[in-house]
Design a protein. Structure first.
Length: 223
């Protein structure tokens, strides 16, 4: 393990440990299948093993790591079965979030969606960093769920959000040209339909947006 991980702050150590390990997973420091060892993480983050254990338990609840009594904790692998399950669920959630947000979104929330699309376009015109694009992608959907204003729906989204982030990173790595070519236009169209589109078209596009991601990722896994 390299020394790239920063030290955890002294407040909320379990949450801080979870945040730092999650960020390390998303950055590629811990790739899918990598072992996460309590002793090494505690030393690297300068926290107790108990704090690391609690942090890893939080990441396991998010579906980002797996553990068990007789095996160590590892970052989840990106399997076709997991992709099918998570993206099928996401399609249903995104459809409901989008059609609800169409009725409830404020002008300020819609403006934030426009800004995120603009940030995506600027990223592509600049360094075109895949990981930054995925962060903006997830943030766009965070805003739709926030605009929908349904707490239980947001909880369901949060339950799969970390897995989706990891899967989208894998999608970008496997087929970056495809992702780059579609990410701005697809999100711009969603933002426009949230303002003035009909409910049926918005629902269809929300599901197609997820299905496109699912098919692209599965194609990358089969290569």
């Amino acid at each position: 393990m390299s020394s790239a991980l920063p030290k955890a702050p002294r407040r909320g150590l379990a949450d801080a440990a979870a945040d730092l390990v999650r960020a390390a997973i998303f950055s590629g420091h811990f790739p899918p299948g990598a072992a996460l060892r309590e002793v090494e993480l505690a030393a690297r983050l300068d926290v107790s093993r108990g704090s690391v254990r609690e942090g890893l338990a939080q990441l396991e609840r998010e579906g980002l790591v797996r553990g068990g009594w007789h095996r160590g904790t590892t970052v989840i692998d990106v399997t076709a079965e997991d992709v099918e399950e998570v993206y099928t669920l996401r399609a249903a959630l995104d459809r409901l979030a989008a059609t609800t947000a169409r009725r409830t979104a404020t002008p300020e929330q819609l403006s934030r969606l426009d800004q995120l699309v603009a940030d995506m376009a600027a990223e592509i015109a600049g360094t075109a960093d895949a990981r930054r694009l995925v962060v903006l992608d997830i943030a766009f959907h965070d805003q739709i769920y926030a605009a929908a204003g349904n707490g239980r729906l947001t909880t369901a989204w949060q339950a799969i959000r970390s897995q989706l982030h990891l899967f989208q990173l894998r999608r970008a790595d496997a087929g970056y040209d495809h992702y780059r070519a579609r990410v701005v236009d697809e999100h711009r169209e969603l933002a426009a339909l949230l303002r003035s589109g009909d409910r049926r078209t918005l629902a269809r596009l929300a599901e197609e947006h997820v299905d496109s991601a699912r098919r692209s990722l599965l194609a990358g896994l089969s290569d």
